[in-house]
Design a protein around this ligand. Structure first.
Ligand code: GLU
Length: 425
């Protein structure tokens, strides 16, 4: 069996909104942010809660709850994904919306931050039910969304098909085809080349920069990926393409480990066939918590929030933690990892490749002019490398951790835009 410590369950799981506020507060202190500015940026501008009925297969009507939150739209329209998950809450969606504000600012794309979610378990729902739920939820949040107002995208348990339904529903209501109302669409209806892999590709560009900075050779380095959805599975594949050895991956059913290395392409095929990564031939099974503590060089949390806390931060063995997920690490764990010399690439920087290529998709839709994949990837690389180095410079100048540095870059940009626009009326 793998040599991991006994796993302690974290009973102090933090509410994501309190985490987001604490992270913001640390950066605001370092920036000596004016108290009025602090008060403005610490709130969400708009929070919409909707309850809506969906007729299920057996004829029973079920009432679902959903949200769309715009944290801040000072630098441009709201932007951010929509997730379908049983644990979605207003606090979580608010935190995710705030993180989008900072994410768009840190990579310098002209958007504010927004997020949406529906409390549901898509794994137990048919395609038909998911389509009905999506179309009705779209109708309910149409108060807020639109190509110039707020542009959704995929997130946990939503995908290009979900975006197609949103685009179609919005277009039917408006009497014309509005390509730019969502991003992450299928290619056949105004999607962009490279959008599917963009979150992972962007994360890998930041890992390459981090490893240069730290003097780590990625060839043969050992990688562990938590989560095998869009961000996780593509991260594993791209790291393997770079010559790294993927020694552990996981999904909601658990993790798999092999010190000799796991072929992510074969895991993909296996998961498509069986529904999960566990049981993949030649691997040992372990829990998601154990997976995080594996001996490796690079750990990529690519699942959901609250994975690395006070209880397991001392047990993380990776040299680089690259947050492809949003909010996987608590502020307590940040301090522990920083003290232990673990180099963390924070979510608002690490996973910003997704929204960056969403921006490229939106620009292409508005112009009706589409770019080649090589152009997309080259522009994505330029954005990620520059943003990483902006954050690294801030980190060196202020001797703070990388998350605080990323927040300082982002919060300063949003504060400047707010000051420049002034307070209405
Ligand atoms: N859901 C992704 C994120 O958290 C993408 C958002 C977008 O493309 O708008 O960054």
């Amino acid at each position: 069996m793998v040599a991991t410590k006994s796993v302690v369950i974290d009973h102090t799981q933090r509410d994501p909104w309190s985490v987001a506020l604490e992270q913001f507060g640390i950066a605001a202190d370092k920036l000596h942010l004016d108290p009025n500015m602090r008060a403005i940026l610490a709130e969400c501008q708009r929070e919409l809660t909707v309850h809506f009925p969906v007729r299920m297969a057996d004829g029973v009507v079920k009432v679902f709850t959903g949200y769309r939150v715009q944290h801040n739209t000072t630098r441009g329209p709201g932007k951010g994904g929509i997730r379908y998950h049983p644990s979605v809450s207003l606090g979580e969606v608010k935190a995710l919306a705030m993180w989008m504000t900072w994410k768009c600012a840190v990579v310098g794309i002209p958007y504010g931050g927004a997020k949406g979610g529906v409390v549901c378990d898509p794994k137990t729902m048919s395609q038909q039910q998911l389509e009905t739920l999506t179309r009705r939820y779209t109708t309910e949040i149409e108060l807020l969304i639109g190509p110039d107002r707020d542009i959704p995208a995929p997130d946990v348990n939503t995908n290009a098909q979900t975006m197609a339904w949103i685009m179609d529903t919005y277009s039917m209501h408006h009497g014309y085809t509005a390509l730019a109302v969502v991003t992450g669409k299928p290619l056949s209806i105004g999607g962009s080349e490279g959008r599917n892999e963009a979150t992972a590709r962007g994360a890998v560009y930041t890992i390459i920069e981090a490893s240069k900075h730290l003097g780590i050779d990625l060839e043969g380095s050992r990688v562990v990926v938590q989560g095998y959805g869009n961000a996780g599975s593509f991260s594993a594949k791209l790291m393997a393409e770079l010559g790294a050895r993927v020694v552990g991956v996981s999904d909601t059913s658990g993790g798999i480990y092999s010190p000799k290395g796991i072929d992510p392409m074969r895991v993909d095929a296996y998961k498509r066939e069986t529904g999960s990564v566990t049981g993949f031939p030649g691997t040992e099974k372990l829990s998601n918590a154990e997976l995080l503590e594996l001996d490796c060089d690079i750990l990529i949390p690519a699942a959901i929030e609250n994975q690395i806390g006070e209880h397991n931060a001392p047990l993380i063995k990776a040299k680089i933690v690259a947050e492809a997920a949003n909010g996987p690490t608590s502020p307590e764990a940040d301090r522990i990892l920083f003290d232990r010399g673990v180099f963390l690439i924070p979510d608002i920087l690490c996973n910003a490749g997704g929204v960056t290529v969403s921006y490229f998709e939106w620009v292409q839709d508005l112009q009706n002019l589409f770019w080649r994949e090589a152009t997309i990837n080259a522009r994505l690389k330029e954005v990620m490398v520059k943003s990483f180095n902006d954050v690294l410079d801030m980190q060196k100048k202020n001797k703070v951790d990388m998350r605080t540095a990323a927040y300082m870059v982002a919060v300063a940009r949003v504060a400047e835009a707010t000051l420049t626009r002034g307070i209405y009326p």
